[in-house]
Design a protein around this ligand. Structure first.
Ligand SMILES: [Mg+2]
Length: 406
């Protein structure tokens, strides 16, 4: 069972969107176009970076429009995830929408607003939640603002959210709700068929000592406000087309003992997790691209490769970073296992794994960086148009930090 990773995310998409006038007469806010896709497509694309594979859209107003577009949005995601709907039977409010989906929610689930996007470090929220005890029902992302007078603010004692307060006077700094939450199922006991999470349920949880907060900085856009919606058209695609760090696995992330196929033979390279956390915090994607001819040679089987990569991702999230996506190549021309005997254009020094990630994540290769410990890594990167550095051992953070900061 993963320690930090949460695979389900419920998304509140049932709002009326009255502030946007005629724009939302026939289209729910999260479905409005933003650049070349619905806003919701950008939002879900961010969550899959952190290990979410199951989206539950909590619909109400214009649910049929969301239903019609769900398959398209799912197909536009850069990695495999399912998108399904739970429609509220009455106008239930944000808490009621969760209540009516209660039978479909996991033991732990993320929840977010469908009409705002916060480019904070979600992995920090996941990492902080690892230490939360049974007295904690939820944890929310918070934003620190120099002038919080447009918003209600939260009161904090350490990371404990103790209360929700009215808007402060102009030019008063404050900490505000960023609209992204991690809950466990105990939340459902605090809900009724029609209620507001923000106005009723969360203030009650806060006063009961059951709510925590993770403060993060980052780009925030609420498309429910007309001028923000206009600005989001160019800003969101620009902000979310990130730079990317490609990492080879054996010899870069873990010590290359030869055909490492299980955790008991996996030893982290010094600074490897810290380097990934650093890249995540800097707003970069992190991808692993690894030749795994151990499968072709019968040293271990393909599911073991996936399990180990999932575990690596979770261990990194425990520390507040993420591995956005992975590619591995199980083939080898001299394989002892016939099913894997092939000359694959994914096997480095061929660039197939990098090219596939560049396509799926819409990357500009010139704004990426590959780090590998073999000449074959550098050749694969060069063939994909990605600048590369050879890692000769030592501490990976010492190598990655200056490159990211440059
Ligand atoms: Mg290597």
């Amino acid at each position: 069972m993963p320690r930090a990773t949460v695979t389900q995310c419920a998304v509140l998409v049932g709002g009326l969107g009255t502030r946007l006038g005629s724009l939302t007469a026939h289209t729910p806010k999260p479905m409005l176009p933003c650049g070349d896709r619905p806003f919701l497509g950008w939002l879900l694309r961010e969550f899959v970076r952190f290990g979410v594979t199951d989206f539950l859209l909590l619909t109400g107003h214009l649910s049929a429009v969301v239903e019609q577009a769900a398959a398209t949005i799912q197909s536009m995601l850069p990695c495999g995830a399912t998108v399904s709907l739970s429609e509220e039977p009455i106008r239930a409010g944000t808490g009621g929408a969760v209540y009516h989906a209660r039978d479909r929610l996991d033991r732990r689930f993320l929840l977010c607003n469908g009409d705002s996007l916060f480019d904070g470090n979600l992995a920090r929220l996941l990492a902080d939640s690892v230490a939360d005890g049974d007295d904690v029902t939820g944890r929310m992302m918070l934003r620190r603002l120099d002038d919080a007078s447009r918003y209600g603010v939260v009161a904090l004692e350490g990371d404990r959210v103790t209360d929700f307060l009215e808007r402060p006077p102009p030019n008063t700094a404050g900490t505000i709700n960023a609209g992204v939450y991690l809950f466990n199922r105990r939340l459902i006991d605090a809900l009724s068929p029609a209620c507001s999470l923000e106005a009723e349920v969360m203030p009650r949880l806060a006063r009961a000592g059951a709510l925590r907060g993770t403060v993060s900085e980052g780009y925030f856009r609420d498309i429910g406000v007309p001028e923000d919606f206009d600005r989001s058209q160019t800003q969101i695609p620009t902000v979310l087309r990130r730079r990317a760090l490609f990492l080879d696995r054996d010899g870069v992330i873990n010590i290359d003992h030869g055909y490492v196929g299980s955790r008991d033979r996996f030893d982290w390279v010094d600074g490897a997790r810290e380097a990934i956390v650093h890249a995540t915090r800097a707003g970069w994607h992190v991808f692993i691209v690894t030749n795994q001819s151990g499968v072709a040679r019968g040293k271990y089987q393909e599911p073991a490769v996936g399990d180990l990569l999932d575990w690596i991702g979770d261990e990194v999230r425990v520390m507040g970073g993420t591995v956005d996506d992975v590619r591995y190549c199980p083939f080898h021309p001299d394989a002892s296992v016939p099913a894997y005997r092939a000359l694959s254009d994914w096997r480095k020094p061929a660039p197939g794994m990098l090219l596939d990630l560049i396509r799926a994540w819409e990357l500009d290769p010139a704004r990426c960086l590959m780090i590998g410990d073999q000449d074959t890594d550098l050749r694969a990167a060069a063939a994909a148009g990605v600048p590369a550095r050879l890692f000769g051992g030592g501490n990976l953070l010492d190598v990655v930090r200056p490159l990211i900061e440059a």
